[in-house]
Design a protein around this ligand. Sequence first.
Ligand code: NAD
Length: 481
Amino acid sequence: MEYVYGRLFIDGEWVTPASDRVIDVISAHSEQQIGQVPAGTPDDIDAAVTAARNAFEDPAGWAHWTAPQRAVILNRFADEIESRRDEFARRVSLQNGMPITIARRTEAAAPAALLRYYAELITQHSTEERRPSLLSGTTVVRREPIGVVAAIVPWNFPQCLTFFKLAPALAAGCAVVVKPAPETVLDAFLVAEAAAAAGLPAGILNIVTGGGEVGAHLVTHPGVDKVAFTGSTAAGKAIAEQCARLMRPATLELGGKSAGIILEDFDLSRATQALFGATLLNQGQTCYLSTRIFAPHNRYDEVVDAFTALAANLPIGDPLDRSTVIGPLATRRQRDTVESYIAKGVAEGGRITTGGGRPAGLPHGWYVEPTIFADVDNSATIAQEEIFGPVLSIIRYRDIDDAITQANDSAYGLGGTVWTADADRGLEVARRIHSGSVGINGFALDHGAPFGGVKNSGIGRELGPEGLAAYQQLKSIYLPA
Ligand code: NAD
């Protein structure tokens, strides 16, 4: 076995876990075991939250350091992550099947970039502002770190989604307990190694492995001040209920079923790369993808042909091979789910134009061919429910009002795209889409701008200055005249 860890990273040390249970880490490509780590328990969560609480409460601790002092450590943390960049990409790719070229561009690059971005942001802006009071005197408005943060992440982009939380939380002065998904734990251990090497003070970052039960214990722990969760809408709703009872703030980044609207003037032949990135990236296991494609009725066949050609020509295979564009799905369970949606799509009258099965010549690994469904109605199950796999539905629209009405007829609202030769027109359409983010002629997620969803896609925003504000509590101090 390539990777074996026997301890958890709690209070700045590698500690013996509370139980001897383990998580076996399986490769999505080989289906072989590649690693073993301890399975965290509620007792380990208790130890981690206590460590975080003590570190946060320390009157001379991280929360009270100046912004430049924290920035030095955050930049060192970024350096340590960068020096492990290849290993981050490799571990993510081995575990969840993400093609290595995509893992390098996203998972291996985003953590350090985010740490540096938030280090810079905190040094640019003071956390105290003096305002003339509307009565008399002066009011000091302070932005204080919110406290101990529970960060719970899924397996699809484990590093990006960890650092969407960790970088702003640490920058704000918070202490964090991270609970990675059991499917992608090996990269989380590398984060702990980098944090220790960077000199992050003990207790400011703690990592406890485990599944939903361990996550649920963390969410309701009395020592936690804020929950930051990325994952399924079902788990997000359960967490929202718990947090509501506890009056505990929560940022929830949940599922999606975003719309891609192709306007009549758009030349699809010039945008293959951008179309792929916005619809099928990471085998469709990316939350913001435009998986409902709206095509003008008079160009419907042409759009179907273009997507069929795109999907049929994507190189499928070993995610560690640099020429691979489509790897396996992350888990056997995920492949079962995707295959059951494909069957439902057929049963409800959808017409498969390419894919629909498992690729030939790959006897192991949880592979599913990129699949295009034509003749899909927006009310069909495959057009309404999140599949989280390489499956697109192409839906007709009459005119732009019809396209927007159908696009907004969804329980979700996370991403979306508009494809047009006229960027101004694209912006007009984007303004009418009920969603947290929309891309024109592609989807280039900007780390400097807020990202999140409406409706079943969640509550709150990550990234940008707004992502830092999510880890700060406002306090007003009224000074006499
Ligand atoms: P999941 O909800 O099953 O699990 C996500 C994480 O939450 C895991 O670490 C899991 O162990 C933990 N968890 C599960 N139930 C919990 C509970 N009741 N309390 C606390 N923790 C719990 O999701 P998944 O299947 O691993 O991930 C895929 C989902 O994530 C998709 O729906 C996808 O759209 C969503 N996602 C959203 C975004 C976004 O930014 N909006 C990004 C990526 C993925």
